[in-house]
Design a binder for this molecule. Structure first.
Ligand code: SF4
Length: 384
C-alpha cells in the first residue's frame, strides 16, 4: 500500500436510518453490506454464511426470499445469527407480511411492483409495504435497478436515456414515502456501468441530499475486475460526500463471499487515505495528492517510496488547489492520470510525467522529483 493523505471526508447531511443495531446516514460510518448466496431453505448453510459475513464486518446481511417456503426458514435464521438482516421483496410484495417480523430491513424494487395486482395503483402497494415495515420496526430500501425500471416510467423517456427513468422513479417513491410520514428509508440506484452509477447517484444526491444512499455496481464480475469497477464508482461518489452504505457485488464461491465485505472496507479505507484508482477531486481548496492502491501490475517497488516522497516534497504547496496523481503502472497510469493537474506513472526503470493530458517525458527514478518540483512551481506561477 502506498501512503496518501488522510482526507476528512465531507458527507452529505443525510437522515439517520436505523437498521437493527446499526445506523446509516447522518455522518455514521459507511456500512458494508453483502448477501447470502445459499439456498435460504438450507438453514444451516444460510446461517453459516450469514455468520461468516457478520464476522467479516458486514453491517447488514441480505437474504434472498422468493417464496413462502423461503420465508418459513427466517425464524430459525433470525434465532441463529446476530447479523442485521435484510430481505429483497421480489414480484410478490405482499410477502413482506411473512418476512418483516424476522428482519431489520425490507428492500423493494419500484420496477417489480406492477407484476402482482396490476390494476392496483403502485402508491397503494408502497403504502402497504411501508405500513408493514413500520409495524415491525424495519427500515426500507427503495432499490432501483437499471435492468428492471418501472415500465410506466420508461415509456416517458427517450429509449437512449437509461438514467432519466431511474431517477424519476426513485424521486417519486421518496416523495410518496415522505408524504405518508415514513422516512426510515434509503435509496439505491444501481447499474452495471460504473459511469452511470456515478451519474445517477450524483443527480439523485443533488435533488435529495437528505436521503441516505446505498451504493453498488451490479454484475460487477469476478475479482479483481469487479472490485476495480466498483472502486471507481465509489471513489467518485464517496469523495464528494455521497453514499452511506455500500455493497461490492462479486462473482465468487459461497465460501469466498466474505471477500465482498473485505473489498468494501478496503475501498472505504483507501478513499479516506487518498489511495485511489481514478483521479479523485475531494473538493478541497488545498493540495490533493492521490496515489493508486498498488496491485500486481506494479513493475518497480520504488513506486511505493516515490508516492511517499512526492507527498513530502510537495508539502510546501499545501495551500494550492492542485491535484497530483501517482500511479503504479504503465497499463492504467496513462489513462487514469488525465484528470490530474500533474500525473506520474511508473515503469520498470523510468517514471512518466504528464501535465493534464500532455506527456512531458519519462525520467529515471532519481531524476523525477526535481522535475516534478519544477513543473509544480510553474503551475503555481501560472495560477497566481
Ligand atoms: S494504477 Fe496500475 S498498479 Fe496502480 S492499482 Fe491501477 S493497475 Fe494496479
Amino acid at each position: 500500500m502506498t501512503g496518501g493523505h488522510v482526507v476528512e471526508l465531507q458527507r452529505n447531511p443525510t437522515r439517520a436510518v436505523r437498521i437493527g443495531s446499526i445506523t446509516i446516514g447522518a455522518g455514521h460510518p459507511i456500512a458494508a453490506q453483502s448477501m447470502t448466496a445459499t439456498h435460504t431453505q438450507d438453514v444451516a448453510a444460510t446461517l453459516a454464511q450469514a455468520n461468516a459475513l457478520h464476522a467479516a464486518g458486514a453491517g447488514v446481511v441480505r437474504i434472498a426470499v422468493d417464496s413462502k417456503k423461503d420465508a418459513a426458514a427466517l425464524p430459525a435464521i433470525r434465532a441463529g445469527t446476530p447479523a442485521n438482516l435484510a430481505i429483497d421483496l421480489q414480484e410478490n410484495y405482499r410477502l413482506c407480511l411473512d418476512v418483516a417480523p424476522h428482519v431489520d430491513k425490507l428492500r423493494y424494487n419500484p420496477g417489480h411492483l406492477y407484476h402482482h395486482e396490476p390494476t392496483k395503483p403502485w402508491q397503494e402497494k408502497v403504502k402497504f409495504i411501508a405500513g408493514v415495515a413500520a409495524d415491525n420496526d424495519c427500515a426500507l430500501r427503495v432499490g432501483v435497478n437499471c435492468g428492471s425500471v418501472d415500465p410506466a416510467k420508461k415509456e416517458k423517456f427517450d429509449p437512449e436515456d437509461s438514467i432519466g427513468p431511474m431517477l424519476a422513479s426513485a424521486l417519486e417513491h421518496c416523495e410518496l414515502l415522505d408524504s405518508i410520514g415514513f422516512t426510515r428509508y434509503a435509496v439505491s440506484l444501481k447499474d452495471s456501468d460504473p459511469r452511470k452509477v456515478i451519474d445517477v447517484n450524483r443527480r439523485f444526491a443533488a435533488a435529495r441530499p437528505d436521503v441516505p444512499l446505498h451504493l453498488g455496481v451490479t454484475e460487477a464480475g469476478m475479482p479483481p475486475d469487479g472490485i476495480i469497477k466498483t472502486r471507481i464508482a465509489f471513489e467518485q461518489l464517496i469523495s464528494r460526500g455521497i453514499g452511506d452504505t455500500v455493497r461490492v457485488s462479486l462473482t465468487v464461491s459461497n465460501a469466498e463471499k466474505p471477500q465482498e465485505i473485505a473489498a468494501a472496507n478496503q475501498i472505504l479505507a483507501d478513499i479516506a487515505a487518498g489511495r485511489v484508482r481514478s483521479v479523485v477531486d475531494y473538493g478541497l481548496a488545498s493540495l490533493n495528492i492521490i496515489s493508486c492502491p498498488s496491485c500486481s501490475r506494479v513493475e518497480n517497488e520504488a513506486f511505493i517510496d516515490l508516492a511517499r516522497q512526492v507527498k513530502e516534497m510537495t508539502a510546501y504547496a499545501q495551500q494550492h488547489a492542485i491535484t497530483i496523481a501517482v500511479m503504479g503502472c504503465r497499463v492504467n497510469g496513462p489513462g487514469e492520470t488525465d484528470d490530474a493537474d500533474l500525473g506520474l506513472w511508473c515503469g520498470p526503470t523510468h517514471v512518466n510525467l504528464k501535465k493534464k493530458s500532455v506527456e512531458l517525458g519519462a525520467f529515471p527514478y532519481d531524476d523525477i522529483l526535481p522535475r516534478l518540483r519544477a513543473e509544480l512551481d510553474t503551475l503555481i506561477a501560472e495560477r497566481s
